[in-house]
Design a protein around this ligand. Structure first.
Ligand code: PEP
Ligand code: MG
Length: 574
């Protein structure tokens, strides 16, 4: 089957739709001499008007679908098309140099973009992207081509791209986008995590084979298997339409677990929680009956904007989440920026190895004001529900102590201001660095809980970049080395009377859940769509039996051996 491409299944689902390639338009218009410059200027004028009509339509659609904030960008685009420095200057160039409109506009816009990019001001630098976008739109009109933009999709589409940044993913038009395929990335890259929270089918890391897909090709995306089929035959279409129906039926069957408790076959209660990236994910968390929120990745509040969110803005979001969860625990992680997550308005030094650099808690301790604002917002929100604050990427005890000291200072300050703070607030850390896992017994004394971040813990244990598909085979959650670290963390928590959870992707993996249960994990936090299948699975498992089986797995020699063992056990129990 030569039209079958294989990648990493990043977010389950099956979609059949037209492909849409998302690629930056880097073409340069050709310079041509024109005789009749008046006619050429008229052509430019008409193209600008046509572009304005398009932008206005998109602005209205965006306003309706996504609200005024997202629509603002298109107002700025309309404004730019009236800017004399751009269009008038291009008109002048047509006159003075006798060149074609495409070329004149491109030249003028390039000069403006270069000037903007060299500015000190971040906001102005970002305007360069807007100038590029509108210029591309007008040039497409002049060349009689359709200008491609995500916001203009009007039919069911599967996006094909080199990669999608977290903010690209956050802005996808869910009315038409049915899934995406990327050239790079892995199961734990942030675009994959976003896809799961949006419940969008996604296959990532298919390598440069994405070049075999053209816009308009029909593709089948079977993200349950990591398969992409380009221009399928009728037989393939029939087979996958059936699989799609079966998959959807399975999802419906799972719905009967929404109201059920998360209890094992031998009566042990666990907590099946959900990860969120913002308030938009809450609906799915509630619809899937999650017992708690085990990870709120707050960095998404800071992304896709031009300045830091204020204390008030953050407070409103945290309060909203806590209230919606009605007394169920909400673990909110403090800012985890760095690595593959950047903020355009935060100038960070260029690092050779960003994943090993000034990331997460390291950055927050370095930029204390940033951290304090977030902590104040969290402390103020704490009285509106059951809040747990979690610090990411703790490597050593001194970082935890420093973070707690700052938190305490902010709590005292708020009290002096007469602002109430909950006295049941929990404070915990993520275990994502092998050093922290190995020293979990030391850290356990000074926290209320641990949450194991396996996405990073595996990356750092295996020394394999989670974004690099060339080493994605080393993402081995079932490897005994990882299971042993997980066991150390759970045992350390137990010994000190603290709870241990997991919020990395491993927590929602049906072949890992039995082992984690057996090792004594209390809380499993996953994408909302995994909660019901996990609850159904847990209801069939005996914790007692799996604690013996997990011990056996720890002594095995490879991930494959462990996987075969788990699958065989699950089959024999079915
Ligand atoms: C993790 O590392 O497992 C985790 C949950 O954090 P993130 O994926 O946001 O880095
Ligand atoms: Mg992490």
């Amino acid at each position: 089957m030569s039209n079958l491409l294989k990648g990493v299944p990043a977010s389950p689902g099956i979609a059949i739709a037209k492909a849409y390639r998302l690629e930056p338009d880097e073409s340069v218009p050709q310079r041509k001499a024109v005789e009749d410059s008046a006619a050429e200027k008229q052509r430019l004028k008409e193209a600008v008007e046509a572009a304005k009509t398009d932008i206005d339509r998109i602005r209205e659609q965006t306003l309706e679908r996504l609200g005024p904030q997202k629509a603002e960008i298109f107002e700025a685009h309309l404004f730019l098309l009236d800017d004399p420095d751009l269009i008038d200057a291009a008109m002048d160039q047509i006159d003075s140099e006798g060149v074609n409109a495409e070329y004149a506009l491109y030249e003028v816009a390039s000069g403006i973009m270069e000037a903007l990019r060299s500015m000190d001001n971040e906001m102005l630098r970002e305007r360069a992207a807007d100038v590029k976008d509108i210029t591309g739109r007008v040039i497409s009109k002049l060349e009689g081509r359709e200008h491609s933009a995500l916001s203009e999709l009007s039919e069911e589409t599967i996006l094909v791209a080199k990669d999608l940044t977290p903010s690209d993913t956050a802005q996808l038009n869910l009315e038409f986008v049915r899934g995406f395929v990327t050239e790079i990335g892995s199961r734990t890259s942030h675009s994959a995590i976003m896809a799961r929270s949006l419940e969008l089918a996604a296959v990532v890391g298919i390598g440069n084979k994405t070049s075999e897909i053209r816009t308009g090709d029909t593709i089948i995306l079977d993200a349950t298997q990591g398969e992409v089929i380009v221009n399928p035959s009728n037989d393939q279409l029939e087979e996958y339409s059936l699989r799609k129906r079966e998959y959807e039926e399975h999802k419906i069957r799972m719905r009967s677990y929404v109201e059920r408790p998360s209890v094992t076959a031998d009566g042990v209660q666990v907590e099946l929680a959900s990860n969120i990236g913002g308030i938009d994910d809450l609906e799915k968390v509630l619809a899937n009956g999650a017992d708690a929120i085990g990870l709120f990745r707050t960095e998404f509040l800071y992304m896709g904007r031009s300045a830091f969110p204020s204390e008030e803005e953050q407070f409103t979001v945290y309060k909203h989440v806590l209230e919606k969860m009605k007394g169920k625990r909400v673990v909110i992680r403090t800012l985890d920026i760095g690595g593959d997550k950047e903020l355009s308005y935060l100038q960070l030094p260029k690092e050779m190895n960003p994943f090993l650099g000034l990331r997460a808690i390291r950055l927050c301790l370095d930029r204390e004001e940033l951290f304090r604002t977030q902590l104040r917002a969290l402390l103020r929100a704490s009285v509106h529900g059951k809040l747990a604050i979690m610090f990411p990427m703790i490597a050593v005890l001194s970082e935890l102590r420093e973070a707690k000291r700052i938190l305490e200072e902010e709590r005292v300050q708020l009290e002096q201001e007469g602002i109430a703070v909950s006295d049941t607030l929990e404070v915990g850390i993520m275990i994502e660095i092998p050093a922290a896992a190995l020293a979990a017994d030391i850290l356990a004394k000074e926290v209320d809980f641990f949450s194991i971040g396996t996405n990073d813990l595996i990356q750092y244990t295996m020394a394999a970049d989670r974004m690099n598909e060339l080493v994605s085979y080393l993402y081995q959650p079932h490897h005994p080395s990882i299971l042993r670290l997980v066991q150390l963390v759970i045992q350390a928590a137990e010994r000190h009377g603290k709870w241990a959870g997991m919020c990395g992707e491993m927590a929602g993996d049906s072949a890992a859940i039995p082992l984690l249960l057996g090792l004594g994990l209390h809380e499993f936090s996953m994408s909302a769509s995994s909660v019901l299948p996990a609850r159904e699975l847990v209801s069939r498992l005996s914790k007692h039996e799996w604690s013996g089986l997990a011990e056996q797995a720890l002594g095995m020699s490879s991930q494959q051996e462990v996987l075969d063992f788990v699958n065989q056990q699950l089959r024999s129990e079915a």
